[in-house]
Design a protein around this ligand. Sequence first.
Ligand SMILES: C[S@@+](CC[C@H](N)C(=O)[O-])C[C@H]1O[C@@H](n2cnc3c(N)ncnc32)[C@H](O)[C@@H]1O
Ligand SMILES: Nc1nc2[nH]cc(C(=O)O)c2c(=O)[nH]1
Ligand code: SF4
Ligand SMILES: [Mg+2]
Length: 209
Amino acid sequence: MDTNTKELVNQGKMLPLMEAFYTIQGEGYHTGKAAYFIRVGGCDVGCHWCDVKESWNAELHPPTSVETIVENAKKYSDTIVITGGEPLMWSMDYLTNLLQKNNMKTHIETSGAYSFSGKWDWFCLSPKKTKLPLDEVYNEADELKMIIHNKSDFDFAEQQAAKVSEKCELFLQPEWSKKEKMTSEIVDYVMKNSKWKISLQTHKYLNIP
Ligand SMILES: C[S@@+](CC[C@H](N)C(=O)[O-])C[C@H]1O[C@@H](n2cnc3c(N)ncnc32)[C@H](O)[C@@H]1O
Ligand SMILES: Nc1nc2[nH]cc(C(=O)O)c2c(=O)[nH]1
Ligand code: SF4
Ligand SMILES: [Mg+2]
């Protein structure tokens, strides 16, 4: 990468773009809503069950100008989900400003493990044990989405729920490879602990991106 490109990436004016696609939000509070997804490369959180490991190495994803990304986005939807990889590895200020200026709603999917940036209409926080969210991020969460891979993840979910604001929506989502066992555990748990709702990866059942 030349020094000029590096500088633009540092400023958040270019981002390593893995893919962008129009689909239905499959998970969490906005499940069922049509949205345009922007997947930014780069993540070092290291979840062993991550369903998008191809995103991890940012160098495999070409630095792309935010103007180009936004021009494409606005052809499809007024709801834009920024995901990754870990989007907060990069400055999200320039991207989210330009999206909002063009009357689009900005949603993020993040582990919260990097410093907060951007202006968000919806902030979905999905904490990971391997690299916890920064303290500054918890208060931003509109939605806490905890992945349940084994029984000990329920305790971790409760610890994380204690850190978000009162108004934050709480979701438990089965880890996909353990979904048979963990979906029924989550059903039992939610019936006993009704502050939580269940979130399924509905796009995978629907065979859409
Ligand atoms: C691929 S991550 C990208 C955004 C960010 N790095 C994060 O983890 O929030 C998008 C969402 O998918 C969830 N996820 C990833 N792999 C999963 C799996 N195998 N089963 C269930 N959810 C998964 C993450 O927890 C996160 O909520
Ligand atoms: N349809 C669909 N919904 C999603 N919600 C969060 C996703 C993500 O990977 O961040 C995702 C995804 O990859 N596809
Ligand atoms: S933080 Fe997100 S992108 Fe990174 S490894 Fe975990 S699930 Fe995958
Ligand atoms: Mg996904």
